[in-house]
Write a protein that binds this ligand. Structure first.
Ligand code: SF4
Length: 341
């Protein structure tokens, strides 16, 4: 792990940590004492989808290790620029489900709100790495239209804050939005999909807790953590705070070659999360987004891995293996047999 910056991180606000994220590959390689030979590829791939890594996340990486599982999630690589058959810019067809700016309405009963365009970290495998966020950055009038869309469709009973990362919005915006949504009688629950409590745990402020928990709506937060090395004391302090406010905590991960495709990686992740009150929810097969093919694991490998987990962990610590297919009515579960060997 990197030492030396932790005092600054511990005393900084989440906004400063967000603003101070590393976006220059030269800085990342120097901080981690990595081979400068990685620079040309990082600069080229970073032009298509920028590098972005916040300091608290960087501090959990091992210097000198180009295969660090956290580094692999954020370091742009030259191979991202090689076209691979079947890897496209919008693998889930979301641009067709983008009912109007700010809204993605794919499934019955629930709807995604694109609360912010930005993320605290740029994950190289992200299926939204080519999403037209600029068209989904809402003005106040557009927010009213998005809320009207929800008000007029009584089949929607759950709103999901998404992004970008919805917690990149400030507490005032989240409080306002949550009050507006709680005022719609047919909305029964609120869900927040976020990676921020993992990558900048300082984001979980008292103001955020108040903004999320001040209404009648039960709140579920689905974190996104792919590897046990992402879990540190500060992240656990953040999850503890959320739990104390009766926010249900789940985790979704993406199965990524070179990051978490070994049995010991998945076991360690499920155990550390479960021991701290965060239940594994989904393990996603990689969406075939352009630039991410080097993370691909075959279906057979994925099924073998989860089949092994089923015989080694209690069922509630085994995530459901799923694939997202454009146009389907929900996430598609992948059948897994028990594997004892
Ligand atoms: S935090 Fe989520 S939305 Fe943002 S880049 Fe990572 S995977 Fe994509």
């Amino acid at each position: 792990m990197i030492h030396g910056s932790s005092v600054r991180v511990e005393s900084a606000s989440w906004q400063n940590l967000l603003a101070g994220s590393i976006t220059d590959p030269r800085v990342l390689l120097a901080r981690l004492k990595l081979d400068p030979g990685l620079l040309a590829g990082a600069l080229a791939a970073g032009r298509e989808f920028a590098l972005r890594v916040p300091e608290p996340y960087l501090l959990r990486m091992q210097p000198g290790n180009p295969n660090d599982p956290l580094l692999r999630q954020v370091l742009p690589l030259g191979e991202e620029l090689e076209d691979q058959p079947g890897y496209v810019t919008d693998p889930l067809g979301e641009q067709h489900s983008n009912a109007q700016p700010g809204i993605i309405h794919k499934y019955h009963g629930r709807l995604l709100l694109v609360v912010t365009a930005g993320c605290a970290i740029n994950c190289r495998y992200c299926f939204r790495r080519h999403f037209p966020y600029a068209e989904n950055n809402l003005s106040t009038a557009e927010w009213e239209q998005a809320l009207d869309y929800i008000r007029q469709d009584s089949s929607i009973n759950e709103v999901i804050y998404s992004g970008g990362d919805p917690l990149a919005a400030n507490d005032r915006r989240i409080a306002w939005l949550t009050r507006q949504i709680a005022d719609i009688p047919h909305i029964k629950r609120l869900r927040v999909h976020t990676r921020l409590p993992v990558v900048i745990p300082q984001r979980v402020t008292d103001g955020l807790i108040e903004a999320l928990s001040a209404t009648r709506l039960p709140v579920t937060m689905v974190l996104h953590c792919n590897h046990a090395n992402e879990v540190d004391a500060q992240m656990l302090a953040a999850t503890q705070k959320l739990k104390s406010a009766n926010i249900t905590l789940l985790n979704q991960a993406v199965l990524l070659r070179g990051v978490n495709n070994r049995l010991e990686d998945q076991m360690a992740l499920s155990e550390v999360l479960g021991d701290n009150g965060v239940l594994p929810y989904y393990l996603h097969l990689l969406d075939h987004v352009r630039g991410a093919s080097h993370f691909h694991c075959s279906d057979a490998e994925a099924k073998h891995l989860v089949g092994q987990l089923l015989t080694r962990l209690p069922g509630y610590l085994v995530p459901r293996l799923v694939r997202e297919i454009a146009g389907e009515a929900g996430k598609v579960p992948i059948h897994v047999d028990l594997i004892t060997s």
